[in-house]
Design a protein around this ligand. Structure first.
Ligand code: NAP
Length: 236
């Protein structure tokens, strides 16, 4: 579970621990992941924190080796880590573009590729975080392109891995009340609220519930799908 130190990742880790999973809480900020693990009671299980920058292949290779060294099985991978660098297209810098693509799209690809052999052994599942922004989002060309890319990547993995018993799905939240949203001006968030039929932000636990469902046997016949958790903001 990547990006486990904050927001949706923290909520997913909490939900999975309470559902009885042993969770590897990965974050580039290992102190945040350790605090998260202590906070959600993961330390009472075998759950633990690891340092992992999703954009670095070497970090993924180390995580895989760690699981293999412990002779553990991996039933679920959740690619959740994320950042934003918002600017309109004309103002976007190369750095803004590459940083966001590297974390969301390259990071998700690296994670899927690294852990697929373990997921095939367990006939497990993976869940990738996309976003309502995959359809385009003012001031977020980098983020929107990455999140649309995550959908294509997820669907392709689902098609390729179905015969090996591995399921791959994406969750596409709308606006969720997390530190990531704190960077968005209040005026902009209020504009979004007018477009959301449920007229409120999602709580991280509401997104975590969808991730937990897609990672569980309850969703055993669902693969290659994007499940929107956006208060009704996007049509099917
Ligand atoms: P968040 O509260 O900012 O948490 C993101 C976490 O990912 C942070 O702990 C962050 O660490 C970590 N992270 C960033 N770059 C990383 C890297 N290279 N390697 C490993 N960890 C890294 O954000 P959130 O709102 O929970 O978002 C989680 C996911 O949901 C993201 O993929 C996001 O795009 C998606 N999402 C969010 C919303 C929303 O409204 N919040 C809507 C749709 C989709 P640092 O704190 O050190 O940066």
């Amino acid at each position: 579970m990547t990006g486990a130190g904050s927001g949706i990742g923290l909520a997913v880790a909490r939900r999975l621990v309470s559902d009885g999973w042993t969770v590897l809480l990965a974050d580039r900020d290992v102190a945040a992941a350790e605090a998260a693990n202590a906070h959600i009671g993961g330390s009472a299980t075998e759950s633990r924190a690891v340092a992992l920058d999703v954009s670095r292949r070497a970090d993924w290779d180390r995580a895989v080796q760690d699981v293999r060294d412990r002779e553990a099985r991996l039933d679920l991978l959740v690619n959740n880590a994320g950042i934003t660098r918002d600017r309109t297209v004309e103002k976007l810098t190369d750095a803004d573009w590459h940083q966001v693509i590297d974390v969301h799209l390259t990071g998700t690809w690296l994670g899927c590729q690294a852990f697929l052999p373990l997921l095939r052994e367990s006939k497990g599942a993976l869940v990738n975080l996309s976003s309502m922004g995959r359809h385009g989002s003012f001031g977020q060309a980098n983020y929107s392109a990455a999140k649309a890319g995550v959908v294509g990547l997820t669907r392709t993995i689902a098609l390729e891995q179905a015969r090996h018993g591995v399921r791959a799905n994406a969750v596409a939240p709308g606006a969720v009340d997390t530190p990531m949203l704190a960077a968005v001006p209040e005026k902009v968030v209020n504009g979004w609220l007018e477009e959301i039929p449920l007229r409120r932000l999602a709580q991280p636990a509401e997104v975590a519930a969808v991730v937990a469902f897609l990672g569980s046997a309850e969703s055993s016949y669902i693969t290659g799908q994007v499940i929107a958790a956006d208060g009704g903001a996007t049509p099917p």
